[in-house]
Design a protein around this ligand. Structure first.
Ligand code: CA
Length: 431
């Protein structure tokens, strides 16, 4: 199965020197899209491509550079600042646009003299959500997270019987999704063991490291998607922090699941890395020996051959007292129990219509070892074992002034390293 093409060629270089800088997240093999404007300008948001430490402004690029005839209509929604309009064009358009951008930004490009005038340093850009998000669903594909959290509540029986059969999810809140920055500590109903319930700021505020997948094209209401169709709907990936108030959650979640413990904030990284860019980092999807195989509606040859993604994930913390952030954990998206295509197929399996710009969270992507927990709930064993930090501080849960930074990148032999960038949020005191 050939998922890669010329745009992934490791020998490909850009005329923008910083695209070749060691450790850059945005070499020419990546080409993620995001919504930006000149910081402080108050101008309308534009769509841009991250390349090295620059943004290529697609509004300017559409107007000021020659483009092949076939590419001009694809550029129209991007030039208008409408990423969702571009997503709705579908996979052939996404691939054609990627090929055109790759050619335009490659060394020796005849467009270089025009496009040089369409660059803005990322340091001078402010970012927005890539598009308006209509609906947000959060899944629970991190089996190591499910096991660790399950053990805290049910030591003998940590996984519920449905886990290995059904991709578990719940309907999240779209309006409070942002790209990070200030996150206000929520207040809510709390009940510590035996106390009367009371209303107060959360004392057990946490993060969850996840990936978010943008749905590119819609499906009709009442028309479930096959796995092959589901695969084709996936537009791109971002990092996602599902901020969680564990004490609010513990009191409210039965019997209908998360509500106010999660809906106060979700943060995503601003650059959407396309599934095309991730092609060199796809891996076979397998199940451990003895586990049930997915039911037929969640199975396909492509999913078996290349449904999983090798994406290296990191969580960093910077407290108000620290000069530099410390890394709290590393994990890998390969440990997810369900693939992204399975999430789309399952979500639509009852006829539910997904729409362009919907966001699907993977759930907390912890690794198999205890130090790979992708939330403080895991790392501090539910608050029983506070984490010792450099400088003598400790943390069971987040304190005001704490900044959480999520990062991710992909590496593989024969491929150029790409990254998802980062998303950071800083806890502000409850109001
Ligand atoms: Ca979550």
């Amino acid at each position: 199965m050939h998922l890669t093409d010329n745009t992934h060629d490791p020998k490909l270089k850009s005329w923008i020197a910083s695209a070749q800088a060691a450790g850059t997240d945005f070499p020419i093999q990546n080409l993620p899209l995001g919504r930006f404007r000149r910081a402080g300008s108050g101008e309308p948001w534009r769509i841009g491509v991250a390349i090295g430490d620059q943004v290529l402004d697609l509004k300017l690029a559409a107007a000021q550079s020659p483009w092949p005839d076939a590419v001009r209509p694809l550029l129209e929604p991007l030039a208008a600042g409408d990423l969702k309009g571009f997503m709705a064009l579908g996979r052939p358009a996404w691939k054609a646009m990627r090929a055109a951008l790759s050619t335009a930004l490659a060394e020796g490009s005849e467009q270089a003299p025009f496009l040089e005038l369409c660059l803005l340093p990322q340091a001078q850009a402010e970012m927005a959500l890539p598009c308006a998000i209509g609906d947000y669903t959060d899944f629970y594909t991190g089996i190591h997270h499910a096991l660790t959290v399950g053990r805290q509540m049910r030591p003998d029986n940590p996984l519920l019987p449905n886990y290995k059969w059904v991709p578990i999810g719940y309907h999240g809140r779209a309006s409070s999704i942002g790209i990070g920055g200030a996150v206000t500590r929520p207040r809510g109903q709390l009940r510590s063991s035996g106390d009367a319930p009371h209303f107060a700021p959360s004392k057990r505020l946490d993060y969850e490291l996840e990936l978010g997948a943008f749905v590119g094209t819609s499906n009709e209401l009442g028309r479930p998607l096959s796995m092959a169709e589901a695969e084709d709907r996936l537009f791109g990936l971002v990092l996602l922090n599902d901020w969680s108030a564990r004490d609010i959650q513990g009191w409210e979640y039965q019997p209908l699941g998360p509500f106010l413990a999660k809906s106060f904030a979700t943060s995503i990284s601003p650059w959407v890395v396309s599934f095309e860019a991730l092609a060199p980092f796809r891996r076979p999807f397998t199940r451990p020996e003895g586990d049930p195989q997915p039911l037929p509606y969640l199975d396909s040859p492509l999913n078996r051959e290349a449904g999983a993604f090798d994406i290296r994930l990191e969580v960093w913390l910077k407290t108000a007292k620290m000069e530099r952030a410390v890394r709290l954990s590393t994990s890998n998206a390969l440990d997810a129990y369900w693939t992204l295509a399975q999430l789309v197929a399952h979500h639509t399996s009852n006829g539910c219509n997904l729409q362009s710009g919907d966001l699907l969270g993977t759930g907390t992507l912890s690794g198999p070892n205890p130090e790979q927990g992708a939330s403080l709930l895991e790392l501090s064993q539910g608050g029983k074992q506070p984490l010792a930090l450099p400088g003598g501080e400790t943390r069971s849960f987040l304190e005001d002034g704490d900044e959480i930074i999520l990062r991710a990148h992909c590496e593989a032999p024969g491929a150029v390293r790409i990254g998802l960038g980062s998303v950071s949020g800083t806890i502000q005191a409850a109001v």
